[in-house]
Design a protein around this ligand. Structure first.
Ligand code: GLU
Length: 289
């Protein structure tokens, strides 16, 4: 079996070292075994993605010395497929409309809305609305999200922890789905249609991805993706989650924290080879400037 993997950034900002590490990890894994490396642009949320960031992704990865197959799959070109899957789930009664804002959900969960704890009950959704409330908020034109009801998923699939995948990265072995940790996740929104989670499982299948190689921050998401694979009759790839690269203060790199971008690193005169070596990748790529 030829290993097929991908790097799948969302163009919501410029790439930073954490992205470079992830892309190099996947690219190297493919290269080491004569596999294939694909690039996928995850731009389902067009309210946050921008064309100049997408151009930045290509520029930064090229500078880093990576190559990928073309054409690059861009999720915004495949909306109809994702919306069709969303519709399939909806027709089976697996989704419900959620009008609650984050603040409303926190209040319902008994947490102060200003609590800045990332481990907060984001997973707490409050469940489906009473029919009258749903009708009222719908008629008022309020924005809403389509959430996947784990209860309904369980009704259809049985015990969700029977769904499993092979993990070859951190904590290797057979893993079982524990989607409860993230709760009834958003599958789509009134404004953008189907979102990242659906798009990612459809794309991994459509692109024949055998190995999903990505950061361990996405381990919890894997449970939901595994449930969706079962609900949408899609294959389950092997997962290889890697440890996250940490900055000097031991924090993970994040766009929202203003992590130094690859563009800045380049502008400061660092060579791609130097950056690769700093990140622990020594193999020359043959495209040295
Ligand atoms: N688009 C996701 C991100 O930028 C990556 C998802 C994945 O690799 O499955 O975090």
């Amino acid at each position: 079996m030829t290993l097929v993997t991908r790097f799948a950034p969302s163009p919501t900002g410029r790439l930073h070292k954490g992205h470079a590490f992830s892309a190099l990890t996947a690219w190297t894994a493919a290269r080491e075994v004569g596999g294939r490396f694909l690039l996928r642009i995850e731009d389902t949320d067009f309210t946050r993605c921008r064309p100049e960031y997408e151009a930045g992704v290509l520029e930064d990865l090229t500078w880093l010395g990576l190559g990928w197959e073309t054409p690059v799959r861009r999720q915004s070109d495949h909306r109809a497929e994702y919306d069709h899957a969303l519709e399939r789930l909806r027709e089976q009664g697996l989704l419900y409309r959620c009008f609650r804002t984050r603040k409303e959900r926190l209040v319902l969960a008994g947490v102060a809305p200003h609590a800045d704890d990332p481990a907060d009950p984001a997973a707490f959704t409050g469940g489906p609305h009473a029919p009258e409330e749903e009708a009222r908020r719908l008629a008022a034109g309020e924005p809403f999200a389509w959430r996947l009801s784990l209860e309904q998923a369980r009704r259809k699939l049985g015990d969700l922890s029977r769904l499993s995948w092979i993990e070859e990265g951190v904590d290797p072995g057979l893993h079982h789905a524990r989607p409860e940790a993230l709760g009834d996740m958003v599958m789509g929104r009134k404004d953008i249609g189907a979102g990242y989670v659906i798009a990612s499982v459809i794309d991994d299948a459509a692109q024949g991805i055998t190995h999903v190689i990505r950061g361990e921050d996405l381990v919890p998401m894997t449970s939901i993706q595994r449930v969706l694979q079962a609900l949408l009759d899609l294959p389950t790839p092997i997962y290889r989650h890697h440890r996250l690269l940490l900055d000097d203060e031991g924090k993970r790199f994040a766009k929202r924290d203003g992590a130094v971008t690859l563009a800045q690193i380049r502008a400061d005169g660092t060579s791609p080879r130097a950056l690769r070596e700093q990140l622990g990748f020594r193999e020359p790529t043959g495209s040295e400037p």
